[in-house]
Design a protein around this ligand. Structure first.
Ligand code: SF4
Length: 203
């Protein structure tokens, strides 16, 4: 079992730290060697990501990094899977991409317009039971973008778990620009930073 999150030596980052822990994945040389081959189809993509990280390190916000990636990879048709609560942000992002000559195919989370109960969910899955409340449809978002043959997708604020289904079903590589957090202005790290303090009783 691998436990990098409780490692105290981090020799993978700093070889001068000495011995690797007994269960360190670095010691699985053969397995790591096999895994490296899986990068082959993504060599240009992955190298571009590394170059962007190096060039913009601590200078460029994630939005700039995302735009740089799309432009440098020469994408002409991009998918945008966004949450209905991010309509205005989606519009801004669409304009930024279009101004760089990139066509944007977008699908909102409520695509399909199906009421949660018609979908087969119990009424307690509604924020306001009793009324029409459309279910999010992340698999449809992915499949519609697949139908359009997008070269790359950007995920903007999909709900927890809905993002999982989108990422599982999208054919093209996708990046998450925004992880939605309705309480912390889309900054989930706020709760991590305060997990032992102000947010202790909220987690
Ligand atoms: S890879 Fe090895 S050295 Fe690096 S964090 Fe994981 S256990 Fe520690």
């Amino acid at each position: 079992m691998y436990t990098c999150s409780s490692c105290t030596v981090h020799t993978c980052e700093k070889p001068e730290n000495g011995n690797y822990p007994k269960n360190c994945p670095v010691l699985q040389k053969e397995r790591i060697g096999e895994i490296l081959k899986e990068y082959e189809p993504y060599r240009e993509f992955f190298t571009t990501c590394a170059r962007i990280e190096a060039e913009g390190y601590c200078q460029w916000p994630r939005l700039r990094e995302t735009l740089e990636l799309c432009q440098r990879m020469g994408y002409k048709k991009l998918g945008l899977a966004f949450c209905a609560g991010f309509r205005s942000e989606a519009k801004i992002l669409e304009n930024l991409l279009r101004s760089r000559g990139i066509q944007v195919v977008s699908a909102v989370c409520k695509v399909g317009g199906i009421d949660k109960e018609d979908f087969g969910m119990p009424s307690d899955c509604k924020i306001h039971p009793g009324g029409y409340e459309p279910v999010c449809n992340p698999i449809a978002q992915a499949e519609l973008l697949n139908d359009a043959e997008t070269e790359f997708n950007i995920v903007l604020g999909l709900c927890v778990g809905h993002d999982s289904l989108f990422l599982k079903h999208a054919n093209a590589l996708s990046t998450v620009l925004v992880a939605k957090d309705r309480v912390l202005a889309h900054n989930p790290c706020g709760a991590i930073y305060t997990a032992n303090g102000y947010y202790k009783n909220k987690l």
